[in-house]
Design a protein around this ligand. Sequence first.
Ligand code: 5GP
Ligand code: MG
Length: 177
Amino acid sequence: MEFEKIASVLISKEDIEKRVAELGAQISKDYEGKEPLFVGVLKGCFIFMADLMRNVTVDCSMDFMTVSSYEGTSSTGAVKITKDLNQDICGKDIIIVEDILDSGVTLKFLESYLMVRKPNSIRIATLADKPARRKTDIKADYACFEIPDAFVVGYGLDYNQKYRNLPYLGILNPELI
Ligand code: 5GP
Ligand code: MG
């Protein structure tokens, strides 16, 4: 393995490409005649969001938010908004784009935080869903992959800001964390 801390490849570049295209096609179908606003949760979403949007065929726009809740590999439980949207979302159809839905604390918070601004709808798209660790009742409307309870990196996801550049989703060697 070219990156020393990666124990194995969980989802290959090819499988990601195929699945993201399917999700984009599904979103394009579901939002026919609408103009969704993709709200990416930085930084982890950036590669997924870029690839997803290139597979969406309806008119759409995008914006980003930054929230922090994680340090290292375990959740602190606290969600803090460090970059908010700078546009009015009243009446808009929002698709929140996340890298991983884990405990669900981040998305639960974000959903209620944005709901107050009276969008027409809010849906959630995530690259990976880790249902084993869920602590809230939040569900993804669009999920590329259901994954086991392991710490994954790559395709935008980091470990202490590294490994975002891997083209696949890999599992970190737990002994090296
Ligand atoms: P939640 O609030 O759902 O517990 O956590 C969501 C955030 O935790 C994700 O957006 C992601 O940034 C981070 N996270 C959860 N699991 C993983 C993982 O396996 N790898 C990485 N790199 N980040 C994770
Ligand atoms: Mg995230």
